[in-house]
Design a protein around this ligand. Sequence first.
Ligand SMILES: [Zn+2]
Length: 519
Amino acid sequence: MLSSSKALNAAHRVVLALSLLITALPSTAFGTSIFSAFAASTSHKPTKLLRHPLSVPSLLTRGGQQSARNMSNVDNDNVNKDTTTTVTRKTYPLAPVATDSPFAVPVKKVTIAGGTHGNEYTGVWCIKAIEKQRGNDKDECEATNGASNVGNNPINIFRKYPSLEIDTLLANPMAYMENKRFIDTDLNREFSMEKLKRVNVNEETMELCDIQHEFCSEDDDNLASLPHEAIRAREIETILGPKFIASSSPNGDAAYPDPRMDIVIDLHTTTANMGISLIIPEGDALMSAAAAYVLNKCKNEYGYDSVQCCMHALPKRQDRMNLSSCGRHGFTIEVGPTPQGVIRHDVVEQTEAALHSLLEFLHLRNLELEQDNANAKSVLDRLREIYPGGIVPCFRSAPAVRPGELSGKISWPNDPENPNFPAVMVHKSIQDRDFEPLRIGDPLFVSLDGHIIPYDGSHGEEVHLIFVNEGGYYYASSGTGIGVAVRSEFDWQTGYFVVESDDEGVSEEVIIEEKDSYE
Ligand SMILES: [Zn+2]
């Protein structure tokens, strides 16, 4: 009884989800060439139209045009369990030359996302604060007009960084409204080709619908069977991307080279003692330089002690499953500790400090490209002074030693009755000790009967723990366990991890293919 009415409800919510997808998009957003990235020859006819049942806050604001969006629904498929570790080798790329430098392209279109995990309220607070500033950018008195206080200076984001076209996105409105990490499954693991292509939307569907509040495929059983976040991910990908070129290719999936967003900045929090953690993908030199800039500014100008860079070994955008992979560049700011569903002033300030530093870097670089003043000291020159040789300290995922185990995470066993309840708890000696070393034999977990379970070397003799007792990792669909990393370095000029050269001067690097995701 309960389950059937729940399923019906779920189906309705799924349908409504897509209606809001459409609502959010200007009709001009569906140019054929772009939209055809996932074009499907569906022939939905307008049937009975549904009204949106919930009042959901305005979420995505694009160029002053506000759109509400929201939705929902059903079963869970676990995305993290298929993690395998494959080791390949590749040559180390040369430093970029001026003609094709990754620093030569301006970054203008910026989306700042909050609430990708609906109970991480800090990011939502930050994007609401930004929207408060929109329209007040001509006012002389910033302090009284919703400006963010960064480094004791009130800053209006639109006034301070005019070269950037800034949008905000409340990524999972329904989960946010319910103060949950997600409705059905972790949204930040939903942006693979395989998952996105489950949801068909096309121009024909768009034209048939009243795009304000209604959607015309309520009888689409396929959509009704999908998790809420599957549909929301497709919606977001349509707005920010597209992410992929084609649905299938003999050489594998390929990322769309010119998505709508130049950069997607995703704001997260963690219950772990991570301070300000900047998460960037390997191989993106511009994001590496940006992270180096933010790292220095937050530490040395704003005085925050705990600021770290974490780099994913996933150089191809199409291989990443997170929301920020929808843009040409992706950057995640993760701040903690803070409880889920709680807004702390200090954590908001740390998030804003990192965010503003990042926007400042992008804006300064844009100005330099416009002015083409070869004699001026560029923001890149400053980085060269701060980081001799271009070397920036970071953490990277620790590869699993044993085949079949998860790289970058020590999984914990779950309670047989509840997959979201750990069968062991994190040992007190590592609580709040993020980024500190853990060696073989050190206490790791405590079992229900009180036995201490030591670290068994699953990811090497010594690792550094991250996301220690992260509340989000209690969910099976987020991947349960503790993050494990190793110290590393990257070269901000190339965006790649730094490795030793061999005798012939050829540098090679062991690449771990990560299937798991932080954030
Ligand atoms: Zn999160």
